[in-house]
Write a protein that binds this ligand. Structure first.
Ligand SMILES: [Zn+2]
Length: 169
């Protein structure tokens, strides 16, 4: 199946695409924009690019990847246009995308979870499990002590928690 592309905007290299500033809808509710934003941000990484896209409206760096949910594919910065600039393609994009997002959210909310695997792992040794040697220490001190062999192997200087960043050898 070929995912449907959405949210790809005009650029000098792609002059045939729409410009988002022509699709601003000031009446689009923030709660709906926020929900769509969460849905878009939760997409799976499909492609990553070397260059960063700039927002066509405010100019901030706005993503360097494309995300997908299997049915749609969109630039990683699309959520920014919707949440911050209220960009939507009136009469076309929101119904399809919104319906899709609502169905996904409803499915996820209703899905029960299987915790058996996670509960079975609770007996595995955890590096910051309190032991006689580290009980009473803060978590950062325990993590620091746990990392000691790696610091030794690297042969670098030693920096103690709370030090000023100066190293001692
Ligand atoms: Zn922007």
């Amino acid at each position: 199946m070929r995912p449907k592309a959405l949210g790809f905007w005009y650029s000098p290299e792609s002059p045939g695409l729409p410009h988002p500033s022509a699709l601003i809808d000031p009446d689009w509710s923030e709660s709906e924009r926020s929900m769509i934003f969460d849905c878009l941000e939760g997409g799976q990484l499909a492609r990553r690019f070397m260059g960063v896209s700039s927002c066509r409206i405010c100019g901030i760096p706005n993503g360097s990847a494309e995300l997908t949910d299997g049915e749609f594919i969109w630039p990683a910065g699309l959520g920014h246009y919707m949440l911050e600039h209220s960009v939507r393609r009136r009469g076309r994009l929101p119904p399809a995308l919104l319906r899709h997002a609502l169905v996904r959210l409803a499915d996820l909310e209703e899905a029960s979870t299987d915790r058996s695997w996670w509960l079975a792992t609770r007996t595995m040794a955890c590096p910051w499990t309190p032991t006689a040697a580290n009980s009473g220490r803060s978590l950062s001190a325990r993590l620091y002590a746990d990392a000691e062999p790696f610091r030794r192997r690297r042969g670098g200087g030693v920096r103690t928690p709370g030090s000023t960043g100066k190293t001692q050898s």
